[in-house]
Design a protein around this ligand. Sequence first.
Ligand SMILES: Nc1ncnc2c1ncn2[C@@H]1O[C@H](COP(=O)(O)OP(=O)(O)OP(=O)(O)O)[C@@H](O)[C@H]1O
Length: 222
Amino acid sequence: MKTSPRTLTIHDPDHRISLLSGPIDYQRILPAHCDSESENCHVHLTRASRIGCGHHANVYRVTLADYPFSVVAKVAVPRQAARDFLEHEAKVYAELPAALYSDLVIPRFLGYYISRNDVEASPILLLEECGEPIDPAVLSDDNKTQILNLFHRLHEAGYLQKSPFRKNILVASDSEQRFRIIDLGRAEKVAAGAPEIAEEMREVKKLLRVRQAQSVTQPDQS
Ligand SMILES: Nc1ncnc2c1ncn2[C@@H]1O[C@H](COP(=O)(O)OP(=O)(O)OP(=O)(O)O)[C@@H](O)[C@H]1O
């Protein structure tokens, strides 16, 4: 499986990221090295393919040849602060341990790309598509435990998510309910045992409508 294209050719007919009329060339900045990569992928960004938007970014569903999962392109809105968030998020994805990807805690990270022929065009973060925002009202206790464990895993890896909102916890709509934490644009490093960890857990429990006393089942360490 190819995991990270080295370069991208972006087709942007609706001028979502650039005023150029032709294709825009991008090169991967992160991860700097990876074991498995493809040379170049063509990515189409159109108004119709936008599946999400936040305060800093627009998110597009993209099709990459040879990839067994759906992929999204996250693109900063035209503000420097938004680009800074996107770059920070890419660095966090690049630093997080491989186990958080293989255990499906966070989306698979294909890469962070900058344009070679249009400095005005936003950088692009390519991630695995992870579904829809959760609805806390319909979650079972087991679902809530799974989500709390995702945050536990992120904290164990030394990071706070820092925006634990419903829109940042996605559930895949396939037969198996798979939850994933997204949006690490505000994520911060945290020392083990720091009070901010318990504080973030309290926020997640509040969001999930979990009684504060309810315990989180620890992941199986065996
Ligand atoms: N990997 C993904 N898979 C599916 N949908 C996604 C993915 N990443 C983002 N989205 C969709 O796009 C929306 C906006 O993404 P995100 O929250 O990352 O943007 P942002 O601008 O960085 O957020 P904020 O408003 O917190 O600054 C999400 O709420 C979600 O609906």
